[in-house]
Design a protein around this ligand. Structure first.
Ligand code: MCA
Ligand code: AMP
Length: 463
């Protein structure tokens, strides 16, 4: 079986990949992706417009086989974001689908061309993908992710979740993040099992996947709270082996509701684009609501306050640092941002504030900065939205924050100082330049932004 890197010894599986009604066997995936690899051989970096389609998966696998770095691009990205991602990553063309009026050459993914040529395995420290992720200010930063990091991250999760080739994973998450793409597509292929991508992560589609035999389900907390709100769908998930949540804090009431409806205690895991998944509860271990689990195999964690190390006593709250074989090493083209977050010896400062108990269980208390918002599991930088809103003539000052939301965890609210215009005008302005999930849900006008004596905006006073 020719899916090098993703478990060459796995037996063929007729339904290795199912996305909506489209299916590919493991053998077809290997054959078509190898033909894709041949078409891009010699390139360095290609962009993939990462819609939830088999074409996206074939493009990513083609890049992996050829040793060409793939840059998954959110399909609803605005022109500003696309221009930034292409320029910063040095992408030489689009592989598969492309946006309207592409500025780079487009190489099609041909579904029916196959090759059985065996390509040599590229070096383990070569960059498999560059994923773009929001910071507190400025445009998203590129995170280069090596083949070694992906392999180590997936294998450590397999150990924690007893994840094997017998599992059928189901989810409906986007294919341009660690969660949906690396864990949710490369994970099952590396284990030698199958994946059902439901197109979108709705309770009824998850229930249908359970009926089709899925054994593991992935969701962000918003997905799990929507499942908890649909009794029939939740009950259909009782047949699963594991329900797994990540990308944002899982509220305890959601954990409890899913337990009473499905009999399952959700496995929670914690990670970042920069680090992949580093901490998780285990299939064979305690699942404590509100806590994200133990370091994965090979991972070390620390808590710091300033220069002091804090004890793992279940009470001390400090900045969480991680290191391990799945943790990245830099932001692309951003030496200063890299130096701020990677402080030497492989240690990465996550920006999250946490507690660790004596048994090694971690609880994520929150983020150090109010300027990184998590809405529906998407990471969104307040600064990026503020920059777009300040581009409107009527806006004099603006502060964007995430306010608590039962469905989304946080929802984006923009506080604006200026001449009031219709809410939709400003929301649509953001949607025209940035991905749709970065749209504010609400615009609130105020006379002045709260500032401290130094003139710095006090966002904590805005909620
Ligand atoms: C949204 N809508 C709006 C606005 N925002 N309408 C007007 N104004 C707005 N401001 C519209 C939407 O377009 C949609 O319309 C409808 O409202 C519902 O939107 P929403 O509530 O956002 O729900 P949704 O579209 O169903 O999205 C919820 C979701 C989504 C499916 C949970 O947030 C999602 O896919 N999240 C996954 C994020 C993820 O995978 N993160 C992983 C990164 P219409 O219905 O007409 O379209 S984290 C990671 O990778 C790390 C390593 C990790 O730890 O996992
Ligand atoms: P991203 O790079 O989009 O994956 O966002 C990473 C951030 O998501 C982390 O720094 C955390 O703030 C948050 N996060 C991910 N998983 C969890 C979790 N299980 N509990 C709490 N926060 C989480």
């Amino acid at each position: 079986m020719l899916l090098p890197y993703l478990n060459p010894s796995a037996p063929d599986a007729p339904d290795a990949l199912r996305i909506g009604d489209d299916k590919l066997s493991r053998e077809d995936l290997a054959g078509v992706a190898t033909a894709v690899a041949e078409r891009i051989a010699g390139a360095r970096v290609v962009a993939v417009l990462a819609r939830p389609t088999t074409e996206t998966v074939l493009a990513v696998l083609g890049g992996l086989i050829a040793g060409v770095t793939v840059v998954p691009v959110p399909p609803d990205s605005g022109p500003r974001e696309i221009a930034h991602i292409l320029g910063d990553s040095g992408a030489q063309g689009w592989l598969g689908a492309a946006p309207d009026d592409p500025t780079l050459p487009v190489v099609p993914v041909r579904r029916y061309a196959k090759s059985w040529h065996r390509h040599p395995e590229p070096p383990a420290d070569s960059v498999a993908m560059i994923l773009y992720t929001s910071g507190t200010t400025g445009l998203p930063k590129g995170v280069p992710i090596t083949r070694r990091a992906i392999a180590a991250g997936l294998d450590a999760l397999a150990d924690a979740w007893q994840w094997t080739g017998d599992d059928v994973l189901a989810h409906g998450l986007p294919l341009f993040h660690v969660h949906g793409l690396i864990l949710g597509i490369l994970g099952p292929l590396r284990r030698g099992g199958s994946v059902i991508h439901t197109g979108s992560p709705t309770p009824s589609l998850y229930a249908a996947a359970a009926e089709a035999g899925a054994s593991i389900f992935f969701g962000v907390p918003t997905v799990w709270s929507r499942v908890a709100g649909d009794t029939a769908a939740a009950q259909a998930l009782s047949s699963a082996r594991l329900l797994i949540s990540g990308s944002a804090p899982l509220p305890v009431p959601t954990f409890d509701a899913i337990r009473s409806l499905t009999g399952h205690e959700i496995v929670e895991r914690y990670g970042m684009t920069e680090t992949l998944i580093t901490v998780s509860t285990r299939a064979d271990g305690e699942r404590r609501p509100g806590w994200v689990g133990l370091p994965l195999a090979g991972v070390e964690t620390r808590l710091r306050e300033g220069d002091s190390e804090l004890p793992h006593d279940g009470e001390s709250v400090g900045d969480l640092l991680v290191r391990g074989p799945m943790v990245g090493t830099e932001y692309l083209n951003r030496p200063e941002a890299t130096a701020e977050s990677w402080i030497g010896d492989g240690w990465f400062v996550t920006g999250d504030v946490a507690v660790i108990d004596p048994s090694g269980m971690h609880r994520i208390v929150g983020r150090r900065s109010t300027d990184l918002i998590k809405s529906g599991g998407f990471r969104i930088g307040a600064g990026e939205i503020e920059t777009v809103l300040l581009g409107h003539d009527s806006v004099r000052e603006v502060a964007v924050i995430g306010v608590p939301d039962d469905d989304l965890g946080q929802r984006i609210v923009a506080y604006v100082v200026g001449e009031p215009v219709e809410e939709a005008v400003l929301i649509d302005l953001v949607a025209s330049q940035l991905s749709h999930h970065k749209r504010p849900r609400e615009i609130r006008y105020i006379d002045a932004l709260p500032r401290n004596a130094m003139g710095k905006v006090q966002k904590k006073l805005l909620e």
